[in-house]
Design a binder for this molecule. Structure first.
Ligand code: HPA
Length: 256
């Protein structure tokens, strides 16, 4: 059974019952990934975790080596990747604390190494990206959330901004007019690089603040951290249920 890849924005081990991790350092033709790979198990299912901002949260969104991160996960045998994201809510039904599974995205990032297609090949690097997230994995997470009795919004448009600063209120109004329901900084080029490598990738997003201008109280950065820590337990419950369902389907015996 191939391990599930989890790209995370922080250390997830406090938030679920992971078996003890061992770490593996990897390098890639595209340079160093953000961190060592953490090999573990959740509900009997092999999981490989990678902190995209690095072990000390030292890498801002535009300095993450997205190519090395995806490459190293695939080299470790991963075929499915869940990108955990924290986002600002734009849609009125995405207040802080909501879990969302976006089904579309708009990319506003620039200057990032966004493709493996550095030489012309048969397809010139073209990929079909009309549905940017893997439909089967997306649906499986909705099912896992339902069977865990955890509320989540099963769709929405993720706007990927450059950061590291948060947006102006006018920028968020523009995102809203474009059809974005939530805004984050790391969803791209992660999703398209995963597609280039034929990895089944989907995003599981936790809303941690109202996007700029959406709330009279403004944005409180300390509140964002508290909201993230509170919500991650529910996010991890969904992933644990997903892992449990995979273990059951494949008949894999947990070795916890
Ligand atoms: N904007 C961009 N990225 C984010 C936000 C936001 O408001 N909240 C969490 N990540």
């Amino acid at each position: 059974m191939s391990p599930l890849g989890l790209i995370t924005s922080c250390d997830l081990t406090p938030f679920a019952n992971f078996s003890p991790c061992h770490t593996v350092a990897q390098t890639t033709p595209y340079g160093e990934p953000s961190d060592h790979l953490h090999h573990t198990r959740l509900a009997g299912h092999p999981v490989i975790m990678l902190q995209r901002h690095g072990p000390e949260h030292q890498l801002p969104p535009h300095q993450i080596n997205y190519r090395a991160n995806l490459w190293t996960l695939r080299a470790a045998g991963v075929q499915q990747v869940i990108g955990l994201a924290t986002v600002g809510g734009i849609h009125p039904q995405l207040p802080p604390g909501t879990i969302s599974l976006p089904d579309q995205l708009i990319d506003y990032t620039y200057g990032r190494e966004h493709t493996f297609a550095t030489t012309l090949r048969d397809t010139c690097g073209h990929i079909d990206f009309s549905s940017p997230y893997n439909t089967a994995l997306h649906q499986a997470l909705i099912t896992a959330a339902q069977s865990s009795n955890i509320a989540c919004r099963p769709n929405g448009v993720y706007g990927a901004t450059q950061g590291p600063r948060l947006e102006t209120a006018a920028e968020v109004r523009r995102l809203q007019q474009d059809g974005c329901d939530m805004v984050g900084m790391t969803g791209m080029p992660e999703a398209s690089l995963a597609r280039e490598l034929n990895l089944a990738y989907t995003s599981l997003a936790l809303v941690v603040n109202w996007a700029a201008g959406m709330d009279d109280d403004g944005i409180d950065l300390q509140h964002i951290t508290a909201c993230r820590n509170d919500g991650l337990y529910r996010v991890l419950q969904i992933i644990q249920t997903y892992c449990h369902q995979q273990t059951t389907v494949t008949g894999n015996k947990p070795d916890l």
